[in-house]
Write a protein that binds this ligand. Structure first.
Ligand SMILES: Nc1ncnc2c1ncn2[C@@H]1O[C@H](COP(=O)(O)OP(=O)(O)OP(=O)(O)O)[C@@H](O)[C@H]1O
Length: 310
């Protein structure tokens, strides 16, 4: 695959009056783990379908694997892509192993790989069971096994950890890490922002179908100056004084426990003020913890405002 497996150039998609995706331009590099987040109705699934060639764009150009997604040659590229839809649905009266074999045939992958794949996703003992007996998490695991058939160079995973237990989630990310080690490119969506924020290289926050923000978590933090939070415990009687001590520092807001003197204060603080705050409090400081703005904080500052559920 090319060095830029995904290239979107001013891509838009409308369904009647609804502009689901609006002028999105984006390039995802080979080996990148790329996160796509946005509120319900922000356009994530539509963008996935555009990148998979399942929907034609209304405007703009979609190139995946170096090939135009609207062209006849794209069928060849699609064979090298793994896709996990938001809900993995298959034939309920087939066993897990039979379903996987079916997908192996469709992808042109030897059936002999199927039992090993079931084992990798934690379904070794359940391959002979029919799908209608599977739990939600087991279906998701089977869907993931289907994605891994043929070691795809590019994976699109739509809320892949939905329904997985904590052990399943940890195992899932181990498999993704192994896939990346062999050079795979991964595009992932999730509503569980804490889970993906330290796992993706870059993020796109879709806001009402548009690019709300694009970059690494560090870049987004730097660009959209959100305060860090410094939690401190000070010597007895000092917490109430902290507010006065820090009052002249621009942008610093102190919230101290009222009433009981726990010595605890929470300080919202622009990045540039962290060192001066700590220097001023140092003589009275017993404990300190610094929390940087999370992806959730950033998200609520962008697309979070614009949920679209119609
Ligand atoms: N086939 C369709 N026909 C009409 N409107 C559609 C169709 N598919 C999506 N939409 C609309 O396009 C917008 C974007 O939907 P999309 O499913 O891409 O959002 P999403 O970000 O994946 O949402 P969620 O987080 O809820 O899965 C929504 O307003 C949705 O109602």
């Amino acid at each position: 695959m090319t060095n830029t497996p995904v290239e979107l150039d001013a891509v838009s998609k409308s369904f009647g009056q609804v502009e689901a995706v609006r002028e999105v331009s984006l390039a995802i590099g080979k080996g990148e783990m790329f996160g796509l987040i946005g509120h319900n109705g922000a356009g994530k699934s539509t963008l996935f379908k555009l990148m998979l060639g399942l929907l034609p764009a209304s405007a703009g150009r979609v190139r995946v694997g170096g090939v135009d997604a609207a062209s006849a040659q794209f069928r060849q590229v699609r064979r090298r892509i793994g896709y996990l839809p938001e809900t993995f649905v298959s034939y309920d009266n087939l066993s897990g192993l039979e379903v996987l074999r079916l997908f192996a045939d469709l992808k042109g992958v030897p059936r002999a790989h199927c039992p090993e794949l079931l084992e990798r996703v934690g379904l070794a003992g359940a391959g002979a069971r029919r799908l209608h007996t599977y739990s939600k998490g087991m279906r998701q695991r089977l869907g993931f096994a289907q994605v891994l058939l043929g070691d795809p160079e590019l994976m699109f995973l739509d809320e892949p950890t939905n329904g997985l237990d904590p052990e399943g989630i940890a195992g899932f990310y181990v498999i993704l890490r192994q896939a990346r080690e062999r050079g795979a490119t991964i595009v992932i969506t999730s509503h569980i922002l804490a889970e993906i924020q330290h796992r993706v290289d870059r993020l796109l926050i879709l806001d009402g179908g548009r690019v709300g923000a694009l970059g690494t978590l560090a870049e987004l933090r730097a660009r959209h100056v959100l305060p860090s939070t410094i939690e401190v415990r000070l010597r007895p009687g000092q917490a109430a004084l902290a507010a006065g001590l820090l009052a002249h520092l621009p942008g610093v807001v102190v919230t101290a426990d009222a009433g009981a003197d726990t010595g605890h204060a929470s300080i919202a603080c622009p990045a540039a003020q962290k060192a001066p705050v700590l220097a001023l409090l140092a003589p009275a400081l017993l404990e300190v913890a610094i929390h940087e703005p999370s992806l959730e904080d950033l998200f609520l500052g962008y697309g979070g405002k614009h949920a679209r559920t119609h």
